[in-house]
Design a protein around this ligand. Structure first.
Ligand code: SF4
Ligand code: F3S
Ligand code: FES
Length: 248
């Protein structure tokens, strides 16, 4: 059965904006993105929203719904009471381009800072042999759809623009961990994770894991193991001795 829902949507651009109220029809089985599209079609033709697949796989439609980062296309209207006012705002950590669309180029800049997979020079493509457990470990991380909701929610940068240059965010710390765990990657990721990408900023609050639509255990399976690998290296007596001898 259809009903009328109360929506409060952030409208604005160029650093200015306000919440605008709408009453809009909802039909059975619809998701929040359907309602945003109905608003565009009937009441607010210039309402900006980014989306693509409408299947939870492109990561474009990240927004904050009642203050929580969610994919608009995967958030069923049945999640909310019919008389509840649903507030939809853009992701807070990134600059707003217009209405619900944010400029997520911060994330792409961070991605570019991470050196790509670096296999040993004497192993040719096609010669890699990996244990199934190593394949499965990185498969989890590769489910990422780059919705950037984990980076959006992390307190290290959410209200701290000044931390952004020194912090890659959970999505890309996870990428570094994935590469560091790869048996054929020979790049030294540990020092870079700590010194260039801000692994030490993460105090394992796990907010990133809570919002991940792919249910990747970002904190438990990537960030904490990476912290352990960095610490192991720091306190490994052989590494310590090597550093003393070779860094003189
Ligand atoms: Fe989105 Fe999860 Fe990937 Fe973060 S790790 S960008 S929350 S899919
Ligand atoms: Fe931030 Fe996730 Fe660490 S939310 S503090 S990166 S556990
Ligand atoms: Fe692709 Fe929502 S539109 S994830």
């Amino acid at each position: 059965m259809g009903y009328k829902a109360k929506f409060r949507v952030w409208r604005g651009e160029g650093g200015e904006g306000r919440l605008e109220d709408f009453t809009v029809e909802v039909n059975e089985g619809e998701v929040v993105l359907d309602i945003i599209h109905r608003l565009q079609a009937t009441q607010a033709p210039d309402l900006a929203v980014r989306w693509n697949c409408k299947a939870g796989k492109c990561g474009s439609c990240s927004m904050e719904i009642n203050g929580k980062p969610r994919l608009g296309c995967m958030t069923r209207m049945s999640t909310f009471a019919e008389d509840e006012t649903i507030t939809v705002t853009p992701m807070r950590t990134f600059p707003v381009i217009k209405d619900l669309v944010t400029d997520v180029s911060f994330n792409y800049a961070k991605a570019r800072e991470i050196p790509s997979f670096t296999p040993p020079a004497d192993v040719q493509p096609g010669e890699y042999r990996m244990q199934q457990i190593d394949v499965e470990r990185s498969q989890e991380f590769r489910k990422c759809i780059e919705c950037f909701m984990c980076n959006n929610v992390c307190h290290v940068i959410r209200d701290h623009e000044e931390n952004k240059p020194a912090f890659a965010g959970p999505r890309f710390l996870m990428r570094i961990a994935e590469l560091d765990m790869h048996p054929y990657d020979v790049a030294d990721r540990k020092d870079a994770a700590q010194e260039e990408h801000g692994l030490g900023f993460c105090n394992i609050t796990k907010c990133c894991t809570e919002v991940c639509p792919e249910h990747i255990k970002i904190t438990d399976n990537a960030l904490i193991p990476m912290k352990e690998r960095v610490v192991d290296r720091k306190y490994d007596p052989l590494v310590w001795l090597g550093d003393k001898i070779f860094r003189r």
